[in-house]
Design a protein around this ligand. Structure first.
Ligand code: ATP
Length: 353
């Protein structure tokens, strides 16, 4: 029977890991669909590399199971998984040419010479390096070396491609280009891919779904827009982009108050003291009179950031960042009071403190 497209291809179930009495991964459950591009995103030390290494077979979980198309592969050695891996350091063999590096895995698998040669050409073509087949890694730029590493990982027709911070050693421009090319390639090949990164922009650029990790646990799984617009926790809100978190409270008539003014929320709220989240770019200044959620805020400082001016405001003693676009010549002086508008539909209720 053919699997429906959204069925789990790779399934992590109850994964846990402890190193020297320190729990680094706890109760990780995750389903990855065939052809999906997934990112593990989180701060340094949250366990994302350890989780990727477990999927690769380079690390063994203390608890839980890894299933590939319903087969338990938890204890299967790496070479029997047929997964491709690309690391941060290009990890090419320095004494082998680009072509020989790509051919390496095929030789190990005893592919014949003619088929290997054809495959190497095809792979170097795919990463736009057909003209560099005879060059040594030392004759290639960092970006080109990483393209060879990707071609080498793809050559063996991996069932899953695993990438650990593959672009972080590259400068911003090359990184952006390689990311875009990698995403196009992944879509073209329909390849199930997992990429580890601590860079939210990278996660947004390459992933169908992002897994935000914190302290060995999954905080949230969702598409880029879901993670950005509907963070489930203050951690996710702060980690992905800039986020204002404001304390609010409910009065005895069930109204939500910000300071001593009523606040209208776009989604149903729970009772009790709680927090709301709103992005700096979602807040408007100088609203029309009479609109809801209209508050006076005091300028603490302003910074010109090129595309926008970022205002650091104080609203009833709480700090509020606001991004103002298209008012290049306007001067915001510390101490100046400006009215701000918090659109209800842009406010996310984060829950009780
Ligand atoms: P980074 O982005 O810094 O690589 P990460 O989120 O990938 O961080 P991991 O490399 O998975 O985090 O490490 C998670 C925790 O486990 C860290 O505290 C790390 O020091 C620890 N750790 C990882 N591997 C080992 C090991 N082999 N022995 C002991 N501790 C380890």
């Amino acid at each position: 029977m053919t699997q429906p497209n959204n069925a789990a291809f790779l399934r992590l179930s109850g994964i846990g890991k402890t190193f020297q009495n320190r729990t680094v991964l706890q109760s990780i459950d995750l389903d990855i669909a065939p052809g999906e591009s997934l990112c593990f995103l989180g701060p340094s030390g949250c366990g994302k590399t350890t989780l990727l290494r477990m999927i690769a077979g380079l690390e063994t979980p203390d608890a839980g199971q890894i299933l590939l198309a319903d087969t338990d592969i938890t204890l299967l050695p790496p070479r029997s998984r047929n997964f491709g891996m690309v690391f941060q350091s290009y990890s090419l063999f320095p004494h082998l040419t680009a072509g020989q590096n790509v051919a390496y895995g095929l030789r190990c698998r005893k592919w014949d010479r003619a088929t290997t040669r054809r495959r190497v050409r095809e792979m170097l073509d795919l990463v736009q390096l057909a003209d560099h087949v005879d060059k040594l890694p030392s004759q290639l730029s960092g970006g080109q070396q990483q393209r060879v590493a990707i071609a080498r990982a793809l050559a063996v027709e991996p069932r899953v491609l695993l990438l650990d911070e593959p672009f972080s050693a590259l400068d911003a421009k090359v990184r952006g280009q390689l990311r875009a090319d990698m995403r196009a390639l992944q879509r073209q090949l329909g390849l199930t891919t997992i990429l580890v990164t601590h860079d939210q922009e990278e996660a947004m650029a390459v992933a169908d779904r992002i897994v935000v990790m914190n302290g060995g646990r999954i905080e949230q799984v969702g598409t880029g827009p879901e993670i950005y617009h509907q963070p489930v926790s203050t951690f996710v809100g702060h980690f992905v982009g800039e986020m204002n978190i404001l304390r609010v409270r409910a009065d005895d008539q069930g109204r939500v108050l910000l300071g001593d003014r009523a606040l209208v929320l776009g989604e149903p709220q729970a009772a009790g003291v709680a927090q709301i989240a709103i992005r700096p770019e979602s807040i408007r200044i100088d609203p029309e009179a009479g609109c809801v959620n209209h508050f006076p805020a005091t300028v603490v400082q302003s910074r010109f950031l090129g595309k926008q001016t970022r205002l650091d405001l104080s609203l009833d003693g709480q700090s509020l960042l606001v991004d103002v676009y298209g008012q290049r010549d306007r001067v915001f002086k510390p101490g100046q009071v400006i009215p701000v508008h918090l659109p209800p539909e842009e406010i996310r209720f984060i829950g009780a403190v």
